[in-house]
Design a binder for this molecule. Structure first.
Ligand code: SF4
Length: 461
């Protein structure tokens, strides 16, 4: 094992953070996180599922289906920069016969993989393959602790079969602490809120390590209104809801299960989820970082920022993802958020308080790189050992090429935005942080790069 001196994923994170910090609309990082909608078809008809209603509208249109492998192939060149992905969208991922192949491509690029599933198809074959691939986390949707409640909500699913699938996976992987970690996700509604604590009990008995409770939130989907009115938690006394969630938390602490929910978020604790006519004012808008960090790839190759916004920026089957990522539509979208003019597509999401600030996650990941590197350095007894020679040679070749070919500021910026940019950025980052043996030539070149970048205000360390 050598010292991990530079890493594309790490440099991409640094750049991403700076892009957000500087509120740039044209950005010099690649997507760090992604959702790949490997399927938008489903084998169940759950009562709270908006896409179930889409079925009526898209029945004949071919909109529903699974993602062809070709879509993933078209974005393979940006995968080395990506950190994590979720293989999910508005459907059941395991319906895609290429699911394991897609997961394999991601793992080969060292991307952390997770996905949500209804658990109906999570048989022994899948369990074995997912363990082998090193999938990090599987979230299984279970909205009731009893067969009766569960099967009322998840039409078409068999409670006993899903529980047995989860137990089988847990046993095969060797129990708690091993990957894939198992999480349970529950949509909290009037019909199941009384089973909140029992769901935590059940989770502990089947090898799950976390439970997330998500309140049913509003959607604009046609046909959704009546179900929302009957099932959202304003139908249950507030005090009772608090008691259910407090007990669930106590139960989680007792069994070592991580319980998460917006209900526990102090910022949201006073927030009225159920105030139908809450008006989203521009001045109260939060800064959502998703258009800087994340892509959501529809099963047909359309690029979106997230599942909350229907805005389509382009299609990877027709255009390169790097062009789409900084096209006029994307720049306008980012500009709107920078200027607190929330795009119309975000309004329902903001109303439900679903916008996300991923900076703390990025910082935690950067910190983990530093810790890992420090450990490597300690183990190898410093940075000057023979393990460094390959890295140094590699960097010198690239820097040498740049020194002879770079003639102008634009040329440098072009280089930095091309496929070797991470090596260049890494170079001056390491020089600056004294993590790299430095001679005066190297220092001067690093300084030149930093100054050029600073002067353009595009990237700033
Ligand atoms: S505000 Fe919501 S809909 Fe808009 S980009 Fe962020 S997460 Fe997506």
């Amino acid at each position: 094992m050598g010292i991990n001196i530079y890493n594309r994923k790490e440099d991409n994170l640094v750049r991403c953070k700076q892009n957000i910090h500087n509120k740039l609309n044209t950005i010099y990082s690649y997507p760090v996180y992604a959702y790949f909608e490997v399927s938008n078809a489903c084998n169940l008809r759950c009562m709270m599922c908006g896409p179930q209603v889409y079925d009526l509208r898209f029945k004949q249109s071919g909109y529903k289906g699974v993602m062809p492998l070709e879509v993933i192939k078209r974005i393979e060149h940006i995968l080395p920069y990506m950190h994590s992905c979720s293989l999910m969208g508005n459907g059941e991922p395991l319906l895609n016969k290429d699911f394991l192949q897609i997961a394999r491509i991601m793992r080969e690029k060292q991307i952390a993989v997770s996905f949500n599933t209804n658990g109906t198809l999570l048989n022994e074959h899948y369990a074995r393959e997912l363990i082998k691939l090193g999938v990090g986390c599987i979230i299984i949707s279970i909205d009731g602790a009893t067969r009766e409640t569960f099967e009322k909500i998840r039409e078409g699913a068999e409670f006993d079969k899903i529980i047995s699938n989860i137990k089988g996976l847990s046993k095969l992987k060797g129990g708690i602490g091993k990957t894939p970690k198992i999480g349970i996700s529950c949509v909290s509604m009037a019909i199941n809120i009384h089973e909140t604590t029992d769901i935590v009990h059940m989770a502990s008995s089947i090898g799950a390590e976390s439970v997330h409770f998500e309140p049913l939130f509003q959607q604009n989907t046609f046909g959704y209104k009546e179900m929302y009115e009957n099932q959202n938690l304003s139908n249950v006394p507030r005090q009772q809801i608090r008691e259910y969630f407090n007990k669930a938390k106590e139960c989680g602490e007792k069994y070592g299960i991580l319980i998460t929910s917006p209900f526990y978020n102090t910022e949201l604790s006073n927030y009225d989820y159920f105030q139908e006519d809450r008006i989203v004012e521009d001045q109260e808008l939060p800064f959502c970082t998703l258009p800087w960090t994340t892509i959501f790839l529809n099963r047909n190759g359309d690029v979106r920022t997230c599942c909350g916004s229907a805005k389509i920026f382009g299609n990877v089957l027709r255009e390169d993802i790097q062009k789409i990522w900084n096209n006029q539509k994307y720049r306008d979208y980012r500009n709107a958020i920078i200027n607190k003019k929330i795009p119309i597509e975000c309004k329902m999401c903001v109303k439900n308080k679903r916008e996300e600030n991923l900076i703390p996650i990025i910082e935690a990941q950067l910190q983990s790189y530093n810790v890992a590197r420090q450990k490597d350095i300690e183990r190898e007894g410093g940075l000057h050992g023979s393990n460094m020679s390959a890295h140094i040679k590699d960097l010198e070749n690239h820097i040498g090429n740049l020194e002879t070919t770079v003639r102008s500021k634009d040329a440098v910026l072009n280089q930095i935005y091309n496929s070797n940019s991470w090596i260049v950025l890494s170079f001056y980052f390491r020089v600056r942080n004294k993590l790299f043996p430095v001679n005066s030539k190297r220092r001067d070149f690093a300084r030149l790069l930093v100054n050029l970048l600073k002067s353009t205000k595009r990237i700033f360390y």
